[in-house]
Write a protein that binds this ligand. Structure first.
Ligand code: SF4
Ligand SMILES: [Zn+2]
Length: 340
């Protein structure tokens, strides 16, 4: 766990052909500016103290992640070269000057914050100077890229550093096929390493990734959340698996990927709240990623109410009454085609 860049990154146990296919099927990259974050937003999130508070999230423009996960489309807003030293601090200034204040911040860089080719370590001090007033600083990173550079950055922050890692799934057949180049043992050891050094762990879990049957999606997502919490994650964010990167469309065409329905998304969060959140003594928080959620709904009458229910469950961390929709309920009861 002492890697500082990705030159020596080996593809272990992975068929190189998957990587080639992922690359070959890609649509075009979107033009981005190295001095402007490609998105920035203030969102409400329930904090560790139980208060729903604004969190500033900056989606930093930087060099593409060296991994080639089959479900990833984050590379679309990235560059092929490393940004100059002044770029990331300038992006932070740009985003924060346009957002209302918050006490927590996420710096998401579509990859790994501690990849020296993505975020130049020479920028850490200038970045940290801009984060002096934040209680929590969340960055994302692959467990293969943890090391001394993490400690250096941690020591520059007055607030708490939280590292978000993609667990994706604990399904033993699906995880290797995602081309994540990570084992569950590696995730667990990465979490231990962070916790032992006074950092917090957040995990991302995929709902209904490719190569998983739809009927098994809720159970495997919940098991994955349970595993992340057992590894010490205090926050787990569940991400409904989306298409849009070329590879996912090919997997959908071959029957290896189906987008989750909004009912599945609701059921997953509700089950996690009942099976994990209220049972674990560590008081974890489990959130459903709400970005563009309505795309998973097929009934226009209840889509907005379902999204609202999910948001409210994120904030309250308790299961809330189901949405009853006269428009799609009959279809559901008829058992023909489960409509959303
Ligand atoms: S590690 Fe994360 S950012 Fe990198 S390819 Fe995989 S999902 Fe995308
Ligand atoms: Zn409906």
């Amino acid at each position: 766990m002492q890697r500082t860049d990705t030159d020596s990154l080996k593809i272990e146990g992975i068929e190189e052909s998957i990587t080639k296919r992922v690359l070959a099927l890609r649509p075009k990259r979107i033009a981005v500016d190295p001095f402007v974050p490609y998105a920035f937003v203030n969102e409400l999130e329930r904090s560790a103290s139980g208060i729903v508070e604004p969190v500033s999230t900056l989606f930093l423009t930087n060099r593409e992640c060296p991994f080639r996960c089959v479900m990833c489309d984050l590379w679309r807003h990235t560059l092929e070269t490393t940004v100059p030293l002044e770029a990331i601090p300038a992006q932070i200034d740009y985003g924060l000057s346009r957002l209302p204040p918050a006490r927590h911040i996420k710096l998401y860089n579509s990859g790994n914050f501690f990849d020296a080719k993505a975020i130049p370590p020479g920028s850490y001090a200038a970045i940290a100077a801009r984060l002096a007033d934040y209680q929590t600083v969340v960055v994302e990173n692959h467990p293969a890229l943890l090391g001394d550079q993490v400690l250096r950055f941690r020591d520059m922050l007055p607030g708490r550093l939280e590292v978000a890692m993609g667990l994706e799934t604990v399904h033993p057949d699906v995880l290797p096929r995602l081309n994540k180049q990570m084992t569950l043992d590696q995730f667990q050891k990465g979490a231990e390493w962070l916790l032992d050094r006074q950092m917090s762990v957040r995990a991302f879990v995929l709902l209904q990734p490719p190569f998983m049957e739809g009927g098994a999606a809720v159970e495997w997502a919940v098991r994955s959340v349970e595993f992340a919490v057992r590894c010490g994650a205090r926050v787990v964010s569940i991400v409904p698996t989306r298409g849009g990167n070329g590879m996912m469309e090919a997997l959908a065409a071959s029957g290896d990927y189906t987008p989750p329905r909004i009912l599945t998304i609701e059921e997953t969060l509700a089950t996690c709240l009942q099976r994990v959140v209220i049972k674990m003594s560590t008081a974890p928080r489990v959130f459903m990623d709400t970005w563009d959620l309505a795309r998973f709904a097929s009934c226009s009458k209840c889509a907005a109410d379902r999204v609202k229910r999910i948001e409210a469950m994120n904030w309250q961390q308790v299961m809330l009454p189901e949405v009853v929709c006269p428009e799609c309920r009959d279809v559901r009861n008829g058992g023909e085609e489960l409509d959303d």
